[in-house]
Structures are given as C-alpha cells and as structure tokens.
Design a protein around this ligand. Structure first.
Ligand code: B4P
Length: 192
C-alpha cells in the first residue's frame, strides 16, 4: 500500500497516518516530523528550518526533496508507505512522482481529508494548548492556512488528474474518520 494523505493543517493527516501505519503495517513518513527531529537535534538543516516553520511557511523544496530521497532509500519503504505532509506544492508533487517512478513504487492512493476551516482553527487551538508547538500560534496558523490555499490545494487537482484521488470527510471522531479512510482504500481490512 503506497498512500499519500492530503489536507489542510489540522485536517488530521498526522493523527490518522499514525493509526493507519499500525493497521496497514507500513511505515509512516511525515515530513513535519522529520523536520521537527532536525530542529530538536540542532542540525544545520534544523537551524535553517526552525524559523521558517515557526512562521508557518514552507521549508525549501530542495531541503525537503533531499530528506525524502534519504528516507526512501531505507529498506522499510519497499513494502509500501504512508506519506503525510508531502507534497505541499506542485513542484514537490512533480518531484515525488519522478522519485517514485525512479524507484518503481508508483502511488496507489491520494486521500484528501476534507474539514471546514472553522474546525481546523478549533483543532489547532486545542493542540496549541496541549502541546505548545511553535507553529500553532494564531499568527502562524493564519499563514499556514493561506499557504495551504495558495500552494497546497492545487496538489489535490494534480492527483485528481492522475486518477489517484479519494476524498474523505474528515469531520467526526478519530475512529469515524479512520474507518472511512480504511473503507475507501482497503475495504478488505475494514474494522466492523
Ligand atoms: P506538519 O507537521 O505536516 O503539520 P500540519 O499540516 O499542521 O498537520 P498535522 O499532521 O501536524 O496535524 P493534524 O492535521 O493531524 O507541518 C508543519 C510544518 O512543517 C509546515 O507548516 C512547514 O513549515 C513544514 N513542512 C512540513 N512538510 C513540508 C513540506 N513538504 N514542504 C515544506 N515545508 C514542510 O492534527 C491537528 C490537530 O487536530 C491535532 O491536535 C489532532 O489531535 C486534532 N485532530 C485530528 N483529527 C481530529 C478529529 N477527528 N477530531 C478532533 N480533533 C482532531
């Protein structure tokens, strides 16, 4: 199963990917998590990414592609993967398509989690209180939502044109959304 999760910040990509990973037995690759690990380690890449992320903007395409190539060179991705947070613009979508073509692992599904903007803001505000992530401040959230509309939303059409897009309603409990995704992409593995 080779799957990419699409959706605005707060739509539940990271949350659902963590569950799908256990259910489908494939690794979860989150570019946000990879970047946060670099920031926490204080690496040169992390130092470059830190301020950009805190502002809610996109880290450079070159850095992301290098990170992704590195991750896909590891053996655990050969049996499939769940990608979360990448691609975030059309250049990244093209780069990913080329990379997966080179390694002979074309994408099976792109799942778009649809959530109204008021609910996105509410969810992120909840996480801001619980976890204190630097990019969950109101100003950064506004930037992230704008960047999503301007740069990431066109990626949905990219996968629609390629016939790989499945749209899933992202409103509901974690279990409800999870079950909808599994039913859409792997009905034989649906629970209940
Ligand atoms: P990400 O880590 O990808 O952050 P995100 O888009 O906000 O989504 P996330 O997965 O964390 O949240 P989720 O919707 O699951 O990116 C962070 C930053 O890294 C970017 O802004 C950018 O700077 C940089 N970056 C990452 N990838 C990049 C790329 N490809 N190119 C350039 N830069 C890149 O969940 C949000 C909240 O909602 C959680 O608190 C969760 O508990 C809650 N929630 C989820 N589902 C729910 C439900 N059904 N009901 C109630 N609450 C729910």
């Amino acid at each position: 199963m080779r799957l990419v999760l699409l959706g605005a910040p707060g739509s539940g990509k990271g949350t659902q990917a963590a569950r799908l990973k256990d259910h489908l037995q494939v690794p979860h690759i989150s570019t946000g998590d990879l970047l946060r690990a670099e920031v926490a380690a204080g690496s040169p890449l992390g130092l470059q990414a830190k301020e950009v992320m805190a502002r809610g903007e996109l880290v450079s395409d070159a850095i992301l592609l290098g990170m992704l190539e590195d991750r896909f060179s590891r053996a655990d991705t050969r049996g499939g993967f769940i990608l979360d947070g990448y691609p975030r613009n059309l250049a990244q979508a093209d780069a990913l398509d080329a990379l997966l073509g080179r390694i002979g692992q074309p994408m099976d599904y792109a799942v778009q989690l649809e959530v109204p903007v008021e609910l996105l803001v509410e969810r992120i505000a909840g996480r801001a209180k619980a976890e204190g992530r630097a990019d969950d401040s109101p100003e950064s959230v506004r930037t992230r939502l704008r960047v999503y509309d301007e740069q990431t939303a066109p990626v949905v059409d990219f996968y629609r044109r390629h016939g790989q897009l499945t749209v899933v309603d992202g409103v509901g409990s974690l279990d409800e959304v999870f079950n909808r995704i599994v039913e859409a992409i792997a009905p034989e593995k649906a629970v209940g």
